[in-house]
Design a binder for this molecule. Structure first.
Ligand SMILES: Nc1ncnc2c1ncn2[C@@H]1O[C@H](COP(=O)(O)OP(=O)(O)OP(=O)(O)O)[C@@H](O)[C@H]1O
Length: 712
C-alpha cells in the first residue's frame, strides 16, 4: 500500500496572512490537526494544533496572524512511498504528521498517524488473508497449538491428512485425538527448540517438523509441518527392490556361461554380459551399450522377429568362427514388446554334443538289452549273438529256435552277408545235438574234390590218398549238424549222392565198400533262387524238398535299417576289445549315412566299413566323414537282374567330377552286362568296345562275376 492510498487529500489550506481563528475553525470543521500554509499557491510551511495551543497559552489574541507559529522545516513524504516507509519516517522524525508531495514537489495531501494506523491495519489484514490462503494451498500439513495444546490454526492439507473437519479440531485440545503429536508439540514448547522427526499416523508415514511459536519474545505455542512420505516410501521400497533385482540380474548375467544381450524396444543394447563381449571380442560393455544390436551382432536375425512376439530357439550360426546356437525371446509388458533377450550358446557345445551322443548310445544299448531280455524265454546265448531289433529278424529267431528243437533239415536263404551261417550255428547250438557243427562251402571246393570232402576216402583209394584214409564231412558231423553253405553251387552229380544220404542216412567212403550209418542234421544255405535253378535244371527238385522242410528267409540289411545303430554298437565294442580306443560311438549323421546306404554286402559289409572307419577315427566320435562307402551297383541274382542306379545309390556323399565319370562308366558296364545276361562278348558289343577293354574295365571297377553276374 502506498502513501497516496491513505493520505488525506481534503487537508486544511490557509493563506500565509490567515489568523489562528481561521485555522482553528478549519481544524474543527474538518476534524484535522494540521494546516498547510500557502503563499500564492506555493506551500511554505505548516501549522499544527499544538502550535496553536502554545500561541493561545502565551495569551496572544486568537486573531493573531499565524505567521509566527508556522513551522517551515516540514517532514514530507512522496505519495508513492509505501506505508512501511512512511511509518519508519514518522518514527524516525518523531512527528505525528507528514506532508505528502508528488514527484514535482507539490503538496497532494497530508498524512497523520491515524492514517498510518489504518493503512497498517489494512495491510496486516491483507497479510493474514494471504498467509491463510498460502497455508491452505500448501501441500504440507500445518497445525499450530497454544500453550494449552489447543489447536489455534490448521490448514486444509492437515485436515485432509488427519481426516478431520475444521470445527472438530479448532480450539480443541490435540491431546485427545493425537497423543503422540501432542507429546512432540509439548516437548517443543518446553524445550523451545525446533526438531525434525519421522512419525507414523494411522497407516501413513510423515516427516514432522516441530517449531516453537514466539511472540513478543515469549513462547506462545508450537506448530508442526507434516510432510506425507507414504508414497515416497513405497516408491523407495520399489526402487530398492528394483535395484536388488538389477543386482541379481547382473550377477546372473555375469555367471551365465554363454553370451546374453538385452535390447530395448528400438533394438538398442541395454545390457550385455562378459560371455557376449568375449564372443565378439569387445573389451568393455561401454563399446556396446546404446548401440543398435544389428551393428553389434550383424548375424542376429533381428528383422525376422520384429513383427512377431514369438520366441525362437536353437538357430545354429557361425559367429567369429565359433559355432553358436541363438535363442531370442521378446520381453513383453502389457501386451507390448519392450525389448528382446538374446542368448548365444557357444561354449562347450562339443560337451553337449558328446552328452547327447552318449545318451543316444545308451538308449540304443538299453533298447537292445530290453529286447534281448524279452526273448530270454525262447532264446539262449546262441541266438543272442544275432544282433537285431527288427520284428522280421525277431520272428525268424523264434522260428529258428523252434526248428532247432526238431530233427528237420533247414534251408536258410538270403543275400550274402545277411547272417545265414550265424543262424545255422545258433540252430546247432540250441538243438542239443552232441556232435559237431561242420561247415562245407559247396562253391569253394573244386568239383572233383567235393565227393571225397563229403564222404571221405579209404586208404589207397587213389594215388596220393592219405595213409589210413580220411573221414568225410558227413562222418565228422555225425550226431551233429552239417552246414552246407552255397548249396546252390553243388554239382548235380553230388546232389544225387547227398539225397541218398539224406534219405537213407548211410553212405560209403570212396574206395570202400563198407556202408556207414550217420545221424546228421542238414542246415543248407544259399543266396541263389533255388526254384529258378530247379526250372533251369541246375538243382534237383527232390533234394530241394528234402532240405526245404523249414525255410528261413533272412531279409537284407537295407530292408531293416533300424538294426544299423545296434549293429554299430555291437561291432564297435568288438573292435575295441581287440584294439583299445576311446571311441564313444557314432554321430547321428554317421548313422544316417549308414542307414541311407544300400548294403549289397549286408552285415558283413557293414562290419568291414565300420572296421575301416574305426581305424580312421582319432576322436571320441565316429563321424560321417570317417565312413567310406563304395557306390553301390546292382545286386544281380542269376539272370533276375534288377539294375539300381549306381550313381544315386550312394546318396549321402556328393561325387566329384572324376567319380561321376567313373560311376557312369561302371553303371554303363553293369547295364550292358545285365542286358547281355552276363555274356561278356555280347556286353562288349553293346558297349562298342573290345572284349579285352571290357575285361580291363571290369577289373578296374572290380565288377566280380560271383557277386554280380552269372557268366554263361
Ligand atoms: N545279425 C547279426 N548280428 C551280428 N553279426 C552278424 C549278423 N548278421 C551277420 N553278422 C556277421 O556278418 C558276417 C556275415 O554273416 P554270415 O557269414 O552269417 O552271413 P551269410 O549270410 O552266411 O554270408 P554268405 O552268404 O556270404 O556266406 C559275420 O561276421 C557275422 O557274424
Amino acid at each position: 500500500m502506498q502513501v497516496r492510498h491513505l493520505m488525506t487529500t481534503d487537508y486544511v489550506q490557509i493563506q500565509k496572512d490567515g489568523t489562528a481563528r481561521e485555522v482553528l475553525e478549519q481544524f474543527l470543521s474538518k476534524r484535522q490537526d494540521l494546516a498547510c500554509i500557502m503563499d500564492n499557491g506555493n506551500f511554505i510551511g505548516i501549522v499544527t494544533k499544538y502550535a496553536l495551543y502554545r500561541l493561545l497559552l502565551k495569551s496572544h489574541s486568537i486573531d493573531t496572524n499565524i505567521h509566527d507559529v508556522m513551522i517551515r522545516e516540514v517532514v514530507t513524504v512522496n505519495e508513492n512511498e509505501s506505508v512501511y516507509f512512511a511509518r519508519e519516517l514518522l518514527l524516525k522524525e518523531q512527528v505525528g504528521h507528514a506532508v505528502v508531495v508528488n514527484s514535482k514537489g507539490q503538496v497532494t495531501g497530508v498524512m497523520a498517524k491515524s492514517d498510518l494506523i489504518r493503512g497498517l491495519t489494512i495491510e496486516t489484514n491483507n497479510l493474514v488473508h494471504r498467509l491463510k490462503t498460502l497455508m491452505n494451498h500448501l501441500q504440507e500439513s500445518v497445525l499450530s497449538v497454544d500453550l494449552d495444546l489447543k489447536v489455534t490454526s490448521i490448514n486444509a492439507s492437515a485436515l485432509d491428512y488427519l481426516e478431520l473437519k475444521e470445527d472438530e479440531i479448532t480450539d480443541k485440545k490435540i491431546t485427545g485425538c493425537f497423543p503422540d503429536l501432542a507429546n512432540d508439540l509439548n516437548q517443543c514448547i518446553h524445550t523451545e527448540k525446533s526438531r525434525l522427526k519421522r512419525i507414523k499416523l494411522a497407516s501413513k508415514t510423515a516427516i514432522a517438523s516441530f517449531t516453537p511459536i514466539k511472540e513478543w519474545n515469549s513462547i506462545t505455542g508450537a506448530m508442526v509441518v507434516l510432510k506425507d512420505v507414504t508414497a515416497y516410501e513405497t516408491v523407495a521400497k520399489e526402487l530398492e527392490t528394483t535395484k536388488r533385482m538389477e543386482k541379481i540380474l547382473d550377477s546372473a548375467l555375469k555367471l551365465a556361461y554363454d553370451g546374453v544381450v538385452i535390447t530395448d524396444h528400438s533394438g538398442k543394447v541395454t545390457k550385455v554380459n562378459q560371455g557376449f563381449l568375449a564372443l565378439y571380442g569387445f573389451q568393455s560393455q561401454d563399446e556396446v551399450i546404446g548401440r543398435p544390436i544389428d551393428s553389434v551382432a550383424p548375424e542376429f536375425p533381428s528383422k525376422k522377429t520384429v513383427h512377431s512376439n514369438e520366441p525362437f530357439e536353437g538357430q545354429l550360426m557361425d559367429i567369429n568362427g565359433n559355432k553358436a546356437i541363438l535363442t531370442q525371446m521378446p520381453i513383453i509388458q502389457n501386451g507390448k514388446r519392450i525389448g528382446e533377450i538374446f542368448k548365444v550358446l557357444y561354449q562347450q557345445l562339443e560337451v553337449w554334443k558328446d552328452l547327447f551322443r552318449h545318451m543316444e548310445k545308451l538308449e540304443n544299448e538299453i533298447s537292445y538289452y530290453r529286447s534281448e531280455l524279452s526273448k530270454v524265454s525262447y532264446q539262449n546265448d546262441s541266438f543272442a549273438q544275432i544282433i537285431s531289433k527288427s520284428k522280421r529278424i525277431d520272428t525268424l529267431k523264434k522260428e529258428a529256435y523252434i526248428a532247432a528243437q526238431t530233427f528237420s533239415n533247414v534251408l536258410i536263404t538270403g543275400e550274402s552277408g545277411t547272417g545265414k551261417e550265424l543262424f545255422a550255428d545258433a540252430i546247432h547250438q540250441t538243438s542239443g545235438r552232441p556232435g559237431a557243427f561242420v561247415k562245407v562251402n559247396c562253391a569253394a571246393i573244386p568239383e572233383n574234390l567235393l565227393e571225397s570232402e563229403f564222404f571221405g576216402y579209404a586208404e589207397g583209394a587213389f594215388t596220393g590218398a592219405k595213409k589210413g584214409g580220411k573221414p568225410g564231412k558227413f562222418e565228422l558231423a555225425d550226431c551233429g549238424t552239417l552246414f552246407l553253405d552255397e548249396i546252390g553251387d553243388m554239382p548235380l552229380s553230388l546232389q544225387a549222392k547227398l539225397l541218398r544220404v539224406l534219405q537213407e542216412r548211410e553212405f560209403e567212403q570212396i574206395g570202400d565198400i563198407k556202408t556207414r550209418k550217420v545221424d546228421v542234421r542238414i542246415v543248407a544255405a544259399t543266396n541263389k533262387d533255388l526254384q529258378q535253378f530247379i526250372q533251369e535244371g541246375k538243382f534237383r527238385e527232390d533234394l530241394y524238398y528234402r532240405i526245404h522242410v523249414i525255410h528261413l528267409r533272412i531279409p537284407p540289411l537295407r530292408e531293416r535299417p533300424e538294426d544299423i545303430p545296434l549293429l554299430c554298437s555291437f561291432f564297435l565294442e568288438k573292435f575295441k576289445s581287440r584294439i583299445p580306443k576311446t571311441i564313444s560311438g557314432l554321430t547321428r549323421e554317421a548313422i544316417e549315412k549308414l542307414q541311407a546306404y544300400e548294403w549289397p554286402g549286408n552285415v558283413r559289409q557293414l562290419e568291414n566299413v565300420l572296421e575301416r572307419a574305426f581305424h580312421f577315427t582319432s576322436g571320441k566320435w565316429m563321424e560321417a566323414e570317417h565312413i567310406i562307402l563304395e557306390p553301390t551297383a546292382t545286386v544281380f541274382e542269376s539272370g533276375n537282374a534288377s539294375v539300381t542306379n549306381a550313381i544315386s545309390a550312394n546318396r549321402s556323399q556328393p561325387l566329384n567330377r572324376k567319380q561321376l565319370i567313373n560311376e557312369t562308366e561302371k553303371y554303363a558296364l553293369i547295364q550292358a552286362l545285365s542286358k547281355a545276361g552276363g555274356n561278356r562278348t555280347k556286353a562288349a558289343k553293346i558297349l562298342g568296345i573290345s572284349r579285352s577293354t571290357l575285361y580291363q574295365k571290369l577289373n578296374k571297377y572290380q565288377i566280380k562275376e560271383e557277386t554280380q553276374f552269372k557268366i554263361e
